[in-house]
Design a protein around this ligand. Structure first.
Ligand code: ZN
Length: 325
C-alpha cells in the first residue's frame, strides 16, 4: 500500500508558478520540462502499480532521507519482510545505447549518471541499515515506465539493474505473490525509514522579483485579463469563472514556491496580487487558509496546505461554490 501521497515536487511547482508570471529563459524551460516529464513518469509508475495491486507491501513515494548528514531523494521505496528496494524512476523516451559505461542517443554522447545515482541511493540505504545494526536486504532498480524507450547495452550486467516498461507488469506482479508480506520486519524497516525522512533541503530558489508579473490569472488559460464581480473573477479571454477564494489559494501557493521559506505578510500578498481584491477579502482568506505567526507588530502567514491542488482537496470552498470552466 502507498504510505504517502505523491505530490508534485517543489521544483515543478516553482517552475509552474514562474512560467505563469514571466517568460522563461531557455535553461528554465528545459528544467521545467525535465521536472514535468519526470513527474509524469512517476505517475505512470503509480498508475500501473495501482492497477496490479500492492496490498502486501509498503511503499514510500518521493521522500528525502537524511543518512549520515547527507540527504538523498527516493522516487519509490518498496518494503516487505524480505527487505527494501529502491526504484529510481526514469521517464526516458527514444533509443539509448550504453557502451563502455557511456550513454548515447544515436551516436551522440549524453550525460547520464542513472546507474551511479542508483548505486549511491542504495548505498545510503545500506548505511542506514548498518548504523541501525539491522538485518534486511537492500537493493535497487532503475525503472523506465515509458513504452517508447528502447535500450541497448553491451554490458549484460546493466540489464539486471533495470526494468523497462515491457517488463514492469511482471515486476510489480511479483510483489503480489504469496510469501510476500508486510509483517513485523517490514514494520520495523518502515519505522526506520520514517525516522529519517526530512524536508527537501536542496530546494532554495533565488528569484528576481522584478521579472514577475504580479496579479491574479485565469486558472484555465493563464490570462491576467479578468473581470471582477462580487464573488467571482471572470476571464475575459476564455470565459472561465473562478471564485475569489480559488484565486487567492492559487496566489498563496505560487507565493510559497516562488519565495520559499520567506515570510508573507498581508501586504506582501496584496502586492503580489497587485491589489486585485479588497484587503478585507485577503484578510479573511489568510485567517482561513494560513497559520498565523505573530511577532510583536509583525504578523506573517504560513500557507496551511502543500500546494494549490492540496488546498482544493482539503478546503471546503468547493462544497459551497462551484467554479465553471
Ligand atoms: Zn481564461
Amino acid at each position: 500500500m502507498f504510505i504517502n501521497e505523491r505530490t508534485k515536487p517543489h521544483d515543478l511547482l516553482y517552475y509552474e508558478a514562474l512560467a505563469a508570471r514571466t517568460s522563461l529563459t531557455k535553461v528554465e524551460s528545459r528544467k521545467f520540462s525535465t521536472y514535468k516529464n519526470g513527474f509524469e513518469g512517476e505517475q505512470m509508475y503509480d498508475q500501473l502499480f495501482d492497477s496490479i495491486g500492492h496490498d502486501n507491501i509498503l511503499i514510500y513515494r518521493d521522500v528525502f532521507l537524511s543518512v549520515d548528514n547527507s540527504v538523498t531523494q527516493y522516487d519509490s521505496l518498496i518494503i516487505s519482510d524480505k527487505g527494501i528496494i529502491s526504484n529510481e524512476i526514469k521517464n526516458f523516451t527514444g533509443s539509448c545505447t550504453v557502451r563502455n559505461g557511456n550513454w548515447f542517443r544515436g551516436d551522440y554522447p549524453i550525460p547520464n549518471n542513472a546507474f551511479s545515482q542508483l548505486n549511491r541511493a542504495v548505498g545510503k540505504l545500506m548505511e542506514l541499515r548498518n548504523t541501525a545494526k539491522a538485518d534486511f536486504n537492500v537493493s535497487g532498480k532503475l525503472v523506465f515506465p515509458n513504452d517508447t524507450f528502447i535500450f541497448h547495452s553491451d554490458d549484460q550486467s546493466n540489464w539486471d539493474k533495470m526494468i523497462l516498461r515491457s517488463g514492469l507488469r511482471d515486476y510489480f506482479q511479483q510483489f503480489n505473490q504469496t510469501g510476500i508480506k508486510a509483517g513485523n520486519k517490514a514494520q520495523y524497516i518502515s519505522r526506520l525509514i520514517s525516522e529519517h525522512i526530512v524536508e527537501n533541503t536542496y530546494f532554495n530558489p533565488q528569484i528576481d522579483k522584478t521579472r514577475l508579473k504580479f496579479g491574479l490569472y485565469c486558472g484555465h488559460c493563464g490570462s491576467f485579463n479578468l473581470n471582477k464581480t462580487r464573488f467571482h473573477l471572470t476571464c475575459n479571454k476564455c470565459g472561465s469563472v473562478e471564485y475569489n477564494e480559488t484565486h487567492l489559494l492559487r496566489a498563496m501557493s505560487d507565493y510559497k514556491f516562488l519565495f520559499y521559506n520567506q515570510s508573507m505578510t498581508r501586504n506582501d500578498l496584496l502586492k503580489f496580487i497587485d491589489n486585485d481584491l479588497h484587503h478585507k477579502v485577503i484578510s479573511r482568506a489568510l485567517l482561513k487558509h494560513c497559520y498565523i505567526n505573530s511577532k510583536g507588530r509583525n504578523t506573517t502567514y504560513t500557507f496551511k496546505y502543500y500546494d494549490f491542488d492540496d488546498a482544493v482537496r482539503k478546503s471546503d470552498v468547493y462544497m459551497r461554490y462551484k467554479d465553471h470552466n
